[in-house]
Design a protein around this ligand. Sequence first.
Ligand SMILES: Nc1ncnc2c1ncn2[C@@H]1O[C@H](COP(=O)(O)OP(=O)(O)O)[C@@H](O)[C@H]1O
Ligand SMILES: [Mg+2]
Length: 309
Amino acid sequence: MLRLSPDTAYYKGKVRDVYTKGDFIFIIVSDRISAFDVVLPAPIPYKGGVLNGISTFFLHQTKDIVPNWLIDTPNSHVAFGHLAPTIPIEVIVRGYISGSMWRAYDAGERMFCGNLLPDGLKNNQKLESPIITPTTKASAGHDENTSEEEILKDGVISKTDWDLIKKYSLELFNFGSQYASTKNLILVDTKFEFGRKKDGQIILIDEILTPDSSRYFIADSYLDKFNLGETPSQLSKEFVRQWLIENNFMGQKGEMVPEMTTDWVNTISERYIELYNKLIDQPFVKESKEFNLVKIQTTYDAFCQNYYA
Ligand SMILES: Nc1ncnc2c1ncn2[C@@H]1O[C@H](COP(=O)(O)OP(=O)(O)O)[C@@H](O)[C@H]1O
Ligand SMILES: [Mg+2]
C-alpha cells in the first residue's frame, strides 16, 4: 500500500489501483486478473507490466487520432495522466463474431445492441464491417448490453458526443487492425472507455488494445482453421475464460472459481508475455511489482510534488 499524500482519493479497480488528486490520476496496474467481472484468486506474474507496456505503446501511437489521458509511464506498473471521469459506457468494437457474442448468436440472438446480424454466421467469422456493441459500465456487478437508442434515450450522453465517441472508436479500431496486420495478427474485437475532463473535452481513458481489453487471432493460420471449423489460434484472455467455462465457472452466484495451479498461473503469464513480444518490437523486460514497490512510492511522491505544488 502506498503512503498517500493528503487529498488523494483511492479506488481499487478489478485490475488497477487508482489514485486521484486534483485533475490528475495515478494508476498502478497490478498483476490481478479478472474474468466474467470477477477477480481470480492468483495474480499472474508480470501481467501488470505487460498491460501497461502495451497500452502505453498504443496510447502514444494513437494520440494524434484521438486525444488521451496519458502523460507518462514512469515505470513498468505505473502510468499517470489527466483525470477524466468515466462516461459510463464501454464501447466495444467488433470486426469478427467471437466470444460472448458468438455464444449469444449461437443461442439464437440476432440483434446486438442495435446491430442486426444475418443468419448463417459461423463462430469467429469476419463481419461485413466493424460494429459497435456498447455496454453500460456498471459500478458493481456485470456490465449490461445497451444500444445507441437506449444511450441517447437515457440521456447518458448527447448525440453529438456519442457520434464523436463512435468516430473515435472506429478510427482506433482501424488503427489497431492495421497495426496488428503488420505483426501477423488480427484484431478481433476490443473495448474503449472515454471520459470527460473538467474543461469538457472528451478523451480516451483507461488501457487500450491490450490482451485484457482485446482479442487477437494469429493471422496466417486463421483462414485454414476457420474453414475447418476449428478455433483460430488466439492471444487474449479468452483462453482463461474458456478454461473457467470448462470448469463450470461463468461468474454466476454460487459458482466456485477452479483451483489455479502454479503451472497454470505460469502458463497464463507466458501467454501474456508472448502477446507483448508479438505486438511490440522491443522485447518484454520482466520487472516484478513487489520488487518495484519502493520505486512506485518514489514515483508517486514525485508525481504529487510536481503536479500539486
Ligand atoms: N484517465 C482516467 N480518468 C478517470 N478514470 C479513469 C481514467 N483511466 C482509467 N480510469 C478508470 O480507472 C479504472 C481502472 O481500473 P480497472 O481495474 O479497470 O477498474 P474496473 O474494475 O472499474 O474496470 C476504471 O474504472 C477506469 O474507468
Ligand atoms: Mg476495467
